[in-house]
Design a protein around this ligand. Sequence first.
Ligand code: SIN
Length: 284
Amino acid sequence: MANAVYKTITVKPISPMLGAEIEGVDLSQPLSNAQFDDIHTAFLKHHVIFFRDQTLTPEQHLAFGRRWGTLNVHPYVKSMAGYPEILEIIKEPTEKINFGGGWHSDMSFLEVPALGSILHAIEVPEVGGDTLFASQYGAWDALSPGLQKTLEGLRAIHSAAEEYGSGGASSKKRASMDSEVVGDEVPEYEHPVVRTHPETGRKGLYINPAFTLRFAGWSKKESRPLLDYLFEVCRREVYTCRFRWRPGSIAMWDNRCVWHYALNDYHGQRRHMRRVTVNGDQVR
Ligand code: SIN
């Protein structure tokens, strides 16, 4: 993959660690197998890929998503009317809190988390509202062999409790996005701390500040110092890239090896995105 050759698209990396802009494809049209194979290769190589000037109806957005797998229906956030597999991510000029405004990996709180997310910009602020991405392969590669060995034996507990549970962030925010507050009944799932990517075979850390509560078999208090150290490594600037949106931009990221963070620096302006989330497989 180091020297991928593309037959149908042009791929321009935006940083050495992750992120590439793809040119030469109209995602509103059905993709040939050759086009899909090229996009798939770029996705695995760069972990988050970007497209500009795309105009997709909800149906075309869903059709692109279905090329990658089955689609997720968010268990806690209300979908776009008539489209259960599309999340409308909206922040109105009057609101202060955004959706996704902290480092996370989508849906790690499920038993079978997401493969990828495809975010389409409908309306974006004049300036601000960029999204940051961080490579979890990079974070893993940075650790000492001793710590890597320790982590390979660990599993972690993930849950949406701190976001969607009673008293969670979503219980007090976002008039424009309806989230269900699920009381104290939020399920917990256990995943390995070190994930082997099912397609590339590369190892990466699979924990995140939004949804990872503790190591399995450890208390919250015992887990905190090591989690905090790892989170600091996971978001080091050298493993990140930053995407500046325009209306019609699309980002697709690989939740199996990438964190993302929606910056909330545009109070008073409107931001409207649509997200389709592709289901993944059991974390191994
Ligand atoms: C998200 O899916 O977490 C939102 C990302 C964004 O709005 O930039």
